[in-house]
Design a protein around this ligand. Sequence first.
Ligand code: HMG
Length: 464
Amino acid sequence: MSRNWPESVGIRAIEVLFPSQYVDQTELEQFDGASAGKYTIGLGQSKMGFCSDREDVNSLCLTVVARLLERHHIKHTEIGRLEVGTETIVDKSKSVKSVLMQLFAASGNTDIEGIDTTNACYGGTAALFNAINWIESSSWDGRYALAVCADIAVYAKGAARPTGGAGAIAMLVGPHAPLQLERGLRATHMEHAYDFYKPDLSSEYPTVDGKLSIQCYLSALDTCYRLYRQKFEKQQPQQSQLGLQNFDAIIFHTPFCKLVQKSVGRLSFNDFLLCSEQERAEKFAGLERFNAATLEGSYFDRDVEKAFLTQSAELFANKTKKSLLLANQVGNMYTPSVYSGLVSLLISEPASQLVGKRIGVFSYGSGLAASMYSIKVTQDASVFEKFVSKLDYVLPLLNAREKVAPEQFSELMEVREKNNHAAPYTPTGSISALFPGTYYLKDVDALHRRSYERTPSNISNGVH
Ligand code: HMG
């Protein structure tokens, strides 16, 4: 039987979750003895969300999936595929996906394909691509897919600790979506690197070479952007050469906000190197001294960085800054990070301004795996406005979080560290500090079996 591809496959609904508690980065600078401004200005971070021992990757995924299905009135039987992307591994065999099947038990729907995918922060994008691919394949049975990503990003005491965070995203994937992934416009770069990895299976903390990780991130960005440009130009030869002007917004995986600002400068530097002499004179006047600069030689070249940061400042302000809201307020969520950027953009821009627009997406996971692709926003303004209005809860919830002193944050990190993989174990973290409708770890029995409960719902605040 031949069947046409379903039209406009993409994201039909999106749900975000972040921790109910945070530590202030200015206070953390003082507590850590870092120079004033290092975390807030140097890294561009204001607050860092964190989870006590009451939450783990399973509970984050249970909460975000339950919320998405409830708030969007999706029946459990309407889901035919569920993919999870995470790097927060609590079991080397049993998947998070299998834990999520508890939510579907009452409906009797066990016919749900998909399983977990892991590669650092890239797993969420792999989950999304798998979900899209299924719907565009001969295996599709007409139901929706769910792409879920969640992580708890924690670092040992030291330079990397302020770049932690936590969160989860669930995306309902199907045809006729308000956010459509553009076909044929995916550019991927994968390579073997030891920039950030988790070889100690008994610890939540990664082994990280900070400087190398930044170089890997920027070089993967260069490669993906150049490949995306080639694919775009091949697919749309009638358009003028692709450059940053072809994106109405660009979102990035965000380990810390300052790196994203530098990344916009980096893309501008790529445009500079690739454009014609005439364009160079028009668009990049005054930057002729960099005509002989190279990508490889410039990862830590302060002159190149500064010049293109300045040159791209307006682009950054217009196309990317708004997408950094959650990253600035919560920190690095790992796999959900780039999708929290999407949510931030959607809630910060009047919906009418994004109708019919193209959003560039750069996803990066250490180790390394990276992709650049683009999302086209539907032309149907009323469909899009309805889609965005479902995110009305995000700002009030962000403002309802509880600030915790760095001393207490540090103690809670020690509790996580000491009891990682302990069994039997009963968590001690506060349940009343959690948002309504949050799944939490009740206990771990002597056989390492985890059980969860949920805080009461509160429909009035839109999150239940
Ligand atoms: P560090 O080496 O201690 O920091 O750690 P630094 O000394 O480089 O300072 C950071 C910035 O603050 C610098 O800015 C300083 O100048 C500035 P830059 O010069 O680079 O523009 N600074 C100040 N600014 C204002 N006032 C002050 C001040 N003091 C200094 N008083 C590092 C930084 C990011 C390396 C560390 O936090 C780390 O290792 N983090 C984890 C790794 C990471 O986030 N890497 C990013 C790319 S890899 C990635 O994205 C993947 C990842 O998400 C994992 C995954 O895929 O799963 C991490």
